[in-house]
Design a protein around this ligand. Sequence first.
Ligand code: BES
Ligand code: MN
Ligand code: MN
Length: 463
Amino acid sequence: MKNVKNYLSENKDRFLNELIELLKIPSVSADSAFSQDVLDTAEMVKARLEEAGCDVVEIHETAGYPIVYGEKIINTDLPTVLVYGHYDVQPADPINLWHSPPFEPVIKKTEKHPEGAIFARGACDDKGQMYMHVKALELMVKTDQLPCNVKFMIEGEEEVGSNNLAIYVAENREKLANDVILISDTGMIANDVPSITTGLRGLSYVEVEVTGPNRDLHSGLYGGAVANPINILTKMIASLHDENNHITIPGFYDKVEELSTEERAEMAKAPFSIEKYQEALDIESVYGEKGYSTNERNSIRPTLDVNGIWGGYTGEGAKTVIASKAFAKISMRLVPNQDWKEITELFKTHFEAIAPKGVKVVVKPHHGGQGYVTPIDTIAYQAASKAYETTFGKKPIPQRSGGSIPIVSLFEKELGSKTILMGFGLDSDAIHSPNEHFGVWNYLKGIETIPYFYKFFTEMSRS
Ligand code: BES
Ligand code: MN
Ligand code: MN
């Protein structure tokens, strides 16, 4: 392709500044205090898509936050790429652990990013990665080398479950018709070890409530004589894993796909240092399901984790009390073939069954979604692989991720197309954590690589 590098170096500062403007708006979808900011962000995305060269850009209202849809159709005989991304971000808290305010982006050098990284909530997940696609479109349009049609669908509720997007997709199948879906909302192994994400885990997220006595009690007067909901809840949670760290819910593993020895051997070839992994997290040892490596535990195996637990007195000093209620939020990461609704039911039935007499248990399902695997024997994967090879000088490694983008399996069901996950973030970029950042190099590399995907995908589709 002509002038890709030139266009990038001439416009680099503007590309960064535009992203910084986008990051300044706190589009936290989970917290209604930010609702106007989320709406403002949708407007900004719309304006940027128009400037980048889309012929049509619309804001589609939903029962929640709007979806920004844009398109540039150059010739209906050519293939169509549908880009998906999200403009909402996770809450920034705990704010006091940020070294600079989460919505006042700054560029600082880090060990992994010697050329600097943009620090802000959403820098990597997903504003920075989504915006690479807007700038890649601009680059292709302005240098006269957009080879095919493109559609954009940027939502504002990914971090809260994409419920309204699911409705929008089901109602707009024709409008969204495409030959491949392209998403940058995942990561890669390292800047010198490019990889393409070929799998996402599913998710079932539930909240549990254990109620003992009808009011909080004096822990001296009643202690030992009634079930303490917090004691019971922690015992119940502890029993969800056995001594090998297998999950004990009956039927939980029934549909789990076991990978062949060959597939596992292939996975094990990806460069990985357990020492560096432990060092980066300040842990003496990793922990997990017996019989599986760390990379298997966090990608091809299902898990169950408590995300939050509360109840009783947690204020200053001591209060001698037996709380009436205890709560926990629990997530289960699922692998392909496990059905998230079925797993949610299995959890509920089991959790209610193991409750001792003397407490009442309520299980409230939150949200979830199916896992996804991208086949690598497709034109789309080959085109992506060739694009990375062109700009990184190395063939990318296919790698399954442990994270979830539940809407991807729904795209396949409703639109019948496969998704290519071209993620440019690093695990160390601290998404969902304080001090989230995205490498400037990664941002620009993404903008450089995406046009090659369009080129190769179009060429390969037509031959
Ligand atoms: N972009 C992430 C998912 C992700 C990150 C996948 C890195 C693979 C690698 C997405 O925004 C996210 O956070 N998803 C949630 C699920 C959602 C239903 C809230 C997750 O994985 O926890
Ligand atoms: Mn994301
Ligand atoms: Mn996220």
